[in-house]
Write a protein of this length. Structure first.
Length: 380
């Protein structure tokens, strides 16, 4: 089976310090493409050999060397943690037994992949549980469909264990946990997807930082540059999100909806919803002029501008989709401010859906805090 090779097809990606991974050196870039070809064809041994050769040649290119080293580490982790036998699960997870297991530790440098550590919390009966997880290489990346090594999909293979503690040092994020078996991991995810657990929340508590400045990475102030190839990659990366959204909208009482996306990108997301719900009105807004030009032919109504200043009237949207309060797109502080700016656009009884291709920077606590602030303002 062959897949499209995404690495050399776009000039829109110029930095590989964050979400996107690639090579700056031309020779190493060619080797990187061959490595990805082997991975796409599930030739992991061959890919590892090429990776070792590339690392040897990358000594004079520190940035590329660091990227190759990280990707090799991620490939080793994927092979070690991927659950291949998904048919075997336990009848029930014995949580008291899990808590007696010897603690294990996960460490991530602040400038490596701390944003890929997640907390998964849920309630079973009267008890609350918090699990630790760590993302693995995305199958979409392995199949050469996207340039980001991790995507939004969470699988049982990514779960590590029951949360015990966390510690932050100058260099590392450290989390401690009681490990789960593969059978227990599969059972937990199965129960969540079958709605057998309550109050489920997925939180990414740690931000990716620039190694030199120790500040959060974020997108250019003018928005992303985009070309046809990058447009296609963005679409591939959100396939699961679009599928989920269509299913969610079908549960609503009305199908004649005003759907607002304040960072609509190239419009693929809203155009998918329009096809599924032709009576809906889709409204997009984006900071990037290029994104808006792509979106014009896909969205009913488009606006150019910062999401901090929504171009729609207050209380006019049935559903507001927030797909950009994410790692390496905005900072955590900006995410909180943007949420406050966007909440008023939702109709009474409407919905705000927050997700994204990279880790979301907010949690349920942010919504609770905004609700309290709005309540205080209303009482004044």
């Amino acid at each position: 089976m062959s897949y499209q090779i995404v690495s050399p097809l776009t000039e829109a990606i110029t930095s590989y310090n964050g979400i996107f991974k690639g090579m700056y050196d031309d020779n190493l870039r060619e080797q990187f493409v061959r490595i990805r070809q082997d991975l796409a064809e599930a030739q992991f041994t061959e890919a590892n050999i090429l990776m070792e050769n590339a690392l040897s040649e990358a000594q004079e290119h520190p940035t590329d060397y660091s990227t190759l080293e990280l990707i090799k580490s991620e490939l080793d982790r994927y092979i070690a943690f991927q659950i291949t036998n998904t048919d075997k699960t336990v009848r029930d997870v014995k949580w008291n037994e899990v808590n007696t297991r010897k603690l294990e530790k996960l460490s991530e440098k602040h400038w490596a992949l701390p944003q890929s550590i997640f907390f998964l919390t849920f309630k079973i009966g009267p008890h609350n549980y918090r699990l630790i997880g760590r993302k693995l290489l995305s199958d979409l990346w392995i199949k050469n469909k996207i340039p980001e090594i991790h995507c939004s999909l969470i699988t049982a293979s990514m779960l590590l264990g029951m949360f015990s503690d966390q510690r932050i040092t100058e260099k590392f994020v450290n989390v401690y946990y009681h490990p789960l078996t593969n059978e227990e991991k599969l059972k937990i995810i199965m129960d969540i997807t079958d709605n057998k657990t309550r109050n489920v929340e997925l939180v990414y508590p740690f931000s990716l930082l620039n190694e030199k400045t120790r500040t959060e990475l974020f997108s250019p102030s003018e928005g992303w540059v985009v070309d046809n190839a990058f447009d296609e990659m963005l679409g591939c990366g959100e396939e699961k999100i679009r599928e989920y959204t269509v299913k969610f909208l079908k549960t609503l009482d009305s199908q004649k909806l005003v759907l607002f996306d304040p960072a609509c990108s190239t419009g693929i997301f809203l155009s998918t919803l329009k096809k599924a719900f032709p009576e809906s009105l889709t409204i997009g807004q984006d900071l990037s002029k290029q994104m808006i030009e792509f979106a014009r032919n896909r969205v009913d109504e488009v606006h150019w501008g910062n999401a901090m200043e929504p171009k729609i009237s207050a209380g006019s949207a049935d559903v507001v989709f927030v797909r950009f309060l994410n790692s390496e797109v905005v900072t955590s502080t900006e995410a909180e401010h943007l949420l406050e700016c966007l909440v008023p656009t939702v109709k009474k009884g409407g919905h705000m859906v927050i997700f994204g291709h990279t880790p979301v920077l907010l949690s349920a606590a942010n919504f609770s805090l905004i609700a309290i602030i709005h309540m205080i303002v209303a009482l004044k």
